[in-house]
Design a protein. Sequence first.
Length: 414
Amino acid sequence: MKHFNWLKPGIHIKRWLFMGSIGIFLIFIGIYPYLNQFLKQGSMQIHVFVLLIGIIMIVYSLRKAMRSLFSILEISDLSELLQYKIHEKYHLDKGFKIVVVGGGTGLSVILRGFKKITSNITAIVTTTDDGGGSGVLREDLGMLPPGDIRSCILALADTEEDMQELLQYRFKEGRLSGQNFGNLLIAALTGVYENFEEAIAKVHEILAVKGRVVPVTAEDIQLCAELENGKIIVGESKIPLAVIKYKSRIQHVFVEPHAPMPLEGTISAIQSADIIVFGPGSLYTSIIPNFLVKGIIEAILKSEAKKVFITNIMTQPGETDGYGVMDHLKAVLQHTDEKIIDYILVNNERISEDNLVKYNEDGAKPVLLTKKESRALKKKGIQVVEGAYVDVKQGYIRHDADKIASIIKELNNE
């Protein structure tokens, strides 16, 4: 259902309703002498007949107006509208507080499910992207990469499909080839307000975002990786290519400059959260970089929130080739702390061979939990939450956002 606040300041509904009421009053004054004369000449039956016609017209017009309104709001009747408003205003606005740490497609997917269970969402997004359209804007304009932030904002936005398609549109020709319109919008707003944070806040306002999306830091940082063969790779987009080229796994990642300061509000959001979710997303280039910002790990450890790690459904070529559940977990713990995770969500649904064909061609494999890994996780005191979390759309294997949201809600209620 689409969200409309008809009496919100700035929409100009009240002034037109008021003007329309005055207009009806003025029309009545204008025709009253003629109407009065007509009624005196007629009988009581004519008077009653006119009155009934008027009542029927009013009732009919109101019914048609309500149907039109329900059509716009995509609901069937008034009771559904009331149920929706109660759910939205009470349950969502008063919902528990979720902080989601990550970036990329994985994060944006689950945010679409989370906004259905609460409006108190803070998505903390990595800012190390240096490839594609975001990389071009970052290099040309000296701004933070907008791609991951844009995707997460759109996931939480309450906008029409046409607006979603517009903001996701990618130019195919000319100098803007490969560039995303949503990225350009953020770049333009950054120029107008001369501040990336203010630009993001304005986008939130324009798109009626439920919750908020914040970059983990406002500093210009580069993601670097040391491979197992000792080579140092600088630049997020270069890391997977180097892993494939040298056939050497990632030993660990770090950022330059070291320990950048977090954006204002990220630490307080973590401290007040009821649940903190890590992932899903690219392990070394979307999730872990957030932990490398000063104070983030400490804030998570001090928070009384339940900490949940969502493992990826598939391995990622050039980043997590051959990784199992424990390999993903060890990478996170290596860059954080042994006590940073309370729960781990793992998919146990078998994926059809037809849906795996193109993934297998790229070398990607399903990430499934083994009995040995299950015992190891139990020893670490990490509770495993297995389930059928797969959602395949247009050939892409993703997490089922609604199922993940349901599990997170259940964990919060425990």
